[in-house]
Design a binder for this molecule. Structure first.
Ligand code: ASP
Length: 329
């Protein structure tokens, strides 16, 4: 496809990229299209040729994002799916990985490119990373090889399901600790190098934008359908009880130690897991380690989990687990 045949829908949802300073710190604000006109160079702006900017009604700091926002973005893409060749979602970095995973589960894969991006410094401020992140996202979105939801940040492209925010301020805000990035872009030539072969990506991905995905856009489960329990040496029974004794909660991601180890001498925890499993709650055991996979039962402390029917989350990200359980379970 030649450059002029691409038409990209750029959806601005808020986040640092379009924020303005205020007395209480940076705040999400409207008027993103004008910001682009004011702050991109002529050459950078020319790269947005054939793109349409769509600003969501109320731009937000993504720390305030809820499933409502995921569904709003997904509906926007579904409604415009036939009109555009690709989609860019400009989003706050704080919960970008959650929204990108949610979009994956709502839209499927083997889809037109959906590229999330944002920045660590607002477009309106000096030395911002926004300009480069926008033009990189456009370049990645023009690649028909990309058939899934991905996050583009600081010259790298990550699969939504593998990405996580790893730095509060560095321009390399995202990484995929348990997987290679999908692609990278040359700083000078803007040439894209795909690390994963496209055929492999297609084979492992068999969901497409179908009616059944779109039906998921209609019914939204309660927010507390999925719980997350962080195990730590000072954990109280009250916290454990609050996580498991909620009748709305159908699934819990338990963040355990190392290879998936819980404190098996904590009888209150083990008993709560048992009772929750008996009433059908799915429990996924994710390691608190930044890298590596759960090997549940490698240690005696972890083998009780196998008996209780707790499932290993392998090396999946928390963002992937929470959105998958919320949308699909
Ligand atoms: N708090 C901001 C947000 O997530 C941070 C950012 O965009 O980088 O919306």
């Amino acid at each position: 496809m030649s450059d002029s045949e691409h038409n990209i829908l750029i959806i601005y949802t808020g986040g640092t990229i379009g924020m303005q300073p205020s007395d209480s710190g940076f705040t999400a604000s409207k008027g993103f299209e004008q910001l682009l006109k004011d702050h991109l160079s002529e050459n950078q702006y020319a790269q947005l040729e054939n793109s349409t900017i769509l600003e969501l009604d109320q731009p937000i700091d993504s720390s305030n994002a809820t499933p409502n926002d995921w569904y709003k973005i997904a509906k926007c893409i579904a409604n415009n799916y036939q009109t555009y060749t690709a989609f860019i979602v400009l989003h706050g970095t704080d919960t970008m990985a959650y929204s990108a995973c949610a979009l994956h589960y709502l839209l499927g894969c083997n889809i037109k490119p959906v590229v999330f991006s944002g920045s660590q410094i607002p477009l309106s401020q000096a030395a911002s990373d926004a300009h480069k992140n926008i033009t990189d996202a456009v370049a990645f979105a023009k690649h028909s090889q990309l058939n899934q939801v991905a996050i583009s940040f600081n010259g790298k492209l990550f699969s939504a399901l593998r990405a996580t925010k790893v730095h509060t301020s560095d321009f390399s805000a995202f990484n995929s600790p348990n997987a290679q990035p999908l692609a990278s872009i040359d700083k000078h030539t803007q040439e894209i190098h795909f690390i994963d072969k496209p055929s492999t990506a297609k084979q492992t991905c068999n969901k497409t934008l179908t009616t059944s995905n779109l039906n998921k856009l209609v019914t939204k489960p309660p927010k507390d359908k999925v719980g997350v329990l962080l195990l730590h040496p000072c954990i109280s029974n009250q916290v454990i009880e609050a996580t498991f004794d909620n009748p709305n909660t159908q699934a819990v991601v338990m963040l355990s130690y190392g290879a998936g180890n819980p404190p098996d001498e904590n009888r209150y925890l083990l008993n709560s897991l048992k009772k929750a499993r008996e009433r059908g709650v799915v429990i996924l055991n994710k390691s608190q380690c930044f890298q590596g996979s759960v090997a549940q039962g490698n240690y005696a402390v972890g083998s009780a989990l196998n008996e209780l029917g707790v499932t290993s989350a392998q090396d999946r990200t928390l963002e992937d687990l929470v959105t998958d359980l919320y949308i699909n379970f």
